[in-house]
Design a binder for this molecule. Structure first.
Ligand code: NDP
Ligand code: 8X3
Length: 248
């Protein structure tokens, strides 16, 4: 049975991806900080084997310690989905909170590297595998007040490209999905629990569902070894650019 390791599976895109990969026949390692959410996912996916790890991706020692508890086979997954992350705040740079900047840089960039570093020895030893990084349209175009979040996702894009080059001789393929507006807990986190403000982001149009992204991810990671779909941008139907949305 193939194994997929999905970070940030307690919510949104990561959760939907875990469900879709389970349906596609993968056993799973799912991670996040909220253990109870991950336990619910395990119950929902039974009898599919699902191994839960709880850690903060920003904490390299915690990532390494958690991965070290896995049986050897799970430390060398066929698929790694680097999804954990998000946005904190939406302010002009001159009004930004450095604590928010740290959270975004540490989770979206360093966190991705921490998890990748912990799993690469197993994946490269196997000489096969797929790393799927979740970028964003925010990494491809600038929008006002996006500053540090956009920068972290631009970093994910460049890491994806450079990792693909470095890992070429190892047989580990690397690709990226860049979603547009997906209705998840993303905006609740960005606006620090302000649900009314979060809901406004998705008002007047039909946003993407996490399942829409999960479907694309499953398609990409199940291509045969001679095919790498390197980058996919997935927008909502009413979306032309990050903040250009046809709202009714
Ligand atoms: P959610 O807030 O619904 O999910 C985020 C997930 O990431 C949760 O499972 C959360 O788990 C986990 N996570 C966040 N920070 C950490 C951390 N420090 N350590 C461990 N886990 C963490 O948002 P989405 O599903 O929308 O976001 C998933 C990814 O998609 C993110 O990288 C986001 O930037 C990206 N994205 C989202 C878009 C959108 O419109 N929604 C568009 C483009 C990209 P827990 O809180 O339990 O730790
Ligand atoms: C999330 C999409 O446009 O809010 O990455 O930055 S956006």
């Amino acid at each position: 049975m193939k194994t997929a390791f999905v970070t940030g599976a307690s919510s949104g895109i990561g959760r939907a991806t875990a469900v879709a990969l389970a349906k596609a026949g993968y056993q799973l390692v799912v991670t996040g900080r909220r253990r109870e959410r991950l336990d619910e996912l395990v119950a929902e996916l039974a009898p599919v084997p699902v191994h839960v790890l709880t850690f903060d991706v920003r904490d390299r020692a915690a990532v390494d310690a958690a991965v070290a508890t896995l049986p050897e086979a799970l430390r060398a997954p066929d698929v790694l989905v680097n999804n954990a992350g998000g946005a904190h705040g939406l302010n002009p740079i001159q009004a930004g909170d450095p604590a928010d900047w740290d959270q975004m840089l540490d989770s979206n960039v360093r966190g991705l590297l921490n998890v990748t570093h912990a799993l690469l020895p197993g994946m490269t030893a196997r000489q096969t595998g797929f790393i799927l990084n979740i970028g964003s349209i925010a990494g491809q175009e600038a929008y006002a007040n996006g500053n540090v979040y956009c920068a972290t996702k631009a970093a994910v894009q460049m890491l994806t490209k450079t990792m693909r080059l470095d890992l070429l001789p190892t047989g580990v393929r690397v690709a990226e999905v860049n979603p547009g507006a997906v209705e998840t807990e993303f905006s609740q986190v960005r606006f620090k629990g302000d649900e009314a403000r979060a809901a406004k982001v998705y008002e007047g149009f039909e946003p993407l569902k996490p399942e829409d992204i999960a479907e694309v991810i499953v398609f990409m990671v199940t291509r045969p070894p001679h095919v790498t779909i390197a980058e996919v941008l997935v927008l909502a139907g009413a979306q032309g650019a990050a903040t250009t949305i046809n709202r009714k």
